[in-house]
Design a protein around this ligand. Sequence first.
Ligand SMILES: Nc1ncnc2c1ncn2[C@@H]1O[C@H](COP(=O)(O)OP(=O)(O)OP(=O)(O)O)[C@@H](O)[C@H]1O
Ligand SMILES: [Mg+2]
Length: 269
Amino acid sequence: MNSTQPFIETKEYKRFVEFCEACIKYKYIGICYGLPGVGKTLSSRHYSNWDYADRQINYKAGDKVRIDTDDRILNCHTLFYTAPAIRASKLTAELDILGAKLNLVKSKYNEKTYGIEKYTTNFYEGIHLIIVDEIDRLKLQDLEQLRDIYDQRNLAIVFIGMPGIEKRLARYPQLYSRIGFAHEFQKLSKDEMHHILEYKWDELDISIKKENFSDYEALTSIMKVTNGNFRLIHRLFTQMERILEINHLTSITSEVVEAARNSLVIGRK
Ligand SMILES: Nc1ncnc2c1ncn2[C@@H]1O[C@H](COP(=O)(O)OP(=O)(O)OP(=O)(O)O)[C@@H](O)[C@H]1O
Ligand SMILES: [Mg+2]
């Protein structure tokens, strides 16, 4: 993933934020599920300000506080963790390290900037929420590690997964009984997608210019093909760019959209 990618705060993102805040408020485990490409991972990283936090905790030995560390670090209360694709036996240790590092950076920063000397031995101090992405990869014993963290620490956990995960988790009664909320992360609505294509073009990080569109029909075709899926929007635009270049064209017509769609692996009907 490109970490400098612009992020559009969609309605679905706002619903996701509300969901996370509710989990924090009630200290629940929550499940958020949604189809591939709708924006679950990007929204989680944005909510946790993880591009920033991750950069701060990846210090070299001895350094601890980077030059660009600022007050924002004090507002980082969420850990974002991607479940490993293979063996997750070190899951607890890895999460402990994330928490410990974040707290160490905060303490070092406080000491350096404000002269406050306060170090903690609790890895999870100040952590309100842990978001675990790709939960589908985890086996029962891995999930048990998360249950244990949840039981021992006074915090909320949000699981991110594919549709169906909520049913799979129902097979583990002990874990399931701790789940307070389930939330479906939905694709963009037609109206919102229209709004984004009309008004938020610049934020999409696409090199094609809006003026390249020959007609409204082409825009309608894009909406139809991508069907509110963010990943598909990006893929389709990349293909359209290629098609324009190869054919020395400048204007996007429905034919260009159609040709781009045919060269996509996903989203073909
Ligand atoms: N709010 C957003 N603003 C701008 N682009 C977005 C946004 N959400 C998603 N995207 C685009 O869609 C792509 C897919 O998003 P993301 O990886 O978050 O999907 P996902 O739901 O986690 O999919 P998967 O289930 O496959 O992991 C991103 O790489 C990005 O290009
Ligand atoms: Mg994802």
